[in-house]
Design a binder for this molecule. Structure first.
Ligand code: PAF
Length: 281
């Protein structure tokens, strides 16, 4: 496994890999790997010939007062885990390499970024779309794998690839959960023991939504309100949003015809957690 830290070397590496028709699979990450990341890597490895991952904590997607400075890091552990999964190359550029002095270009996907997480994190998806565009331009992957836990991010990247005619197949991987149901996230590391217990309310409330749907409830507000009530009953859990939306356009729905995405963001202490499920799938 090779570690590359500058864009020029990365481009040379890609050119050499691609020269004999080898396909590249990319898993973009911000590091501090958990089983969820490793599953994305295993999937990318299965559906491409050569697995590259990027490891870059992207400042452009963090808002003021967010956790950029304390985002967890452990490069040595990440390298060991990546090697064990069969990653061929890690691209880990510095901030100066990705956003040099005078950097001025940002990619903005409209509409679907104004809802859900986009409301409380207004510049987040601009940062994600920008760094993913840069990574796609540098690494030219044939396929790229992203987790469905960040459902809106996945939707934004699919829209970006479609709108800008990029030659990348974007693949979603189902959310990986801890044995007790909490969706895996690097940010779970922030939770204190009592907060970690409270965090189970996210998955429990999604179960409630699925049960209501299975019982025949199709009124989106009824499902949303029941989920909100359950989360609010857990002391110390502050709802950022709970929304029932169309899984393609992410626009609100009143009556669920076929499928609906129920997505939520909840603050527990200083940690903001997100989760979702698609009803009717
Ligand atoms: O999901 C993440 O870890 C990040 O948002 C991504 C896609 C690597 C872009 O920085």
């Amino acid at each position: 496994m090779v570690l590359i830290e500058d864009i020029a070397s990365m481009k040379r590496y890609v050119l050499a890999v691609k020269s004999n028709g080898t396909t590249i699979g990319l898993v973009p990450t911000m590091g501090y790997f958990h089983e969820g990341h490793l599953m994305l890597m295993r999937m990318a490895k299965k559906i491409s010939d050569h697995l590259i991952i990027s490891l870059f904590v992207n400042p452009a997607q963090f808002g003021q007062g967010e956790d950029l400075d304390k985002y967890p890091k452990d490069m040595e552990r990440d390298k060991t885990l990546a090697r064990a999964v069969g990653v061929e190359c890690i691209f880990a550029p510095s901030v100066e390499e990705m956003y040099p002095e005078g950097y001025s270009t940002y990619v903005n996907v409209e509409n679907i970024t104004n809802v859900l997480c986009g409301v409380s994190r207004p510049h987040h998806f601009r940062g994600v779309a920008t760094v993913v565009t840069k990574l796609f331009n540098i690494i030219e992957p044939d396929i790229a794998v992203f987790g469905e836990k960040d459902f809106q991010q996945l939707a934004v990247i699919k829209q970006l690839v479609k709108d800008l005619n990029m030659n990348v197949r974007v693949v979603g991987h189902p959310t990986i959960r801890e044995p007790d149901g909490l969706a895996m996230s690097s940010r779970n590391a922030y939770l204190r023991v009592d907060e970690r217990k409270k965090s189970l309310i996210l998955n429990k409330s999604l179960h409630l939504a699925r049960n209501l749907f299975a019982e025949g409830v199709r009124d989106a507000s009824k499902i949303r309100d029941s989920v909100k009530k359950m989360i609010s009953s857990e002391e110390g859990c502050d709802i950022d949003y709970v929304e029932v939306v169309d899984p393609e356009r992410l626009s609100p729905i009143r009556t669920i015809e076929d499928k609906a995405l129920i997505a939520l963001a909840v603050r527990i202490g200083s940690t903001r957690l997100i989760d979702n499920t698609v009803l009717g799938e």
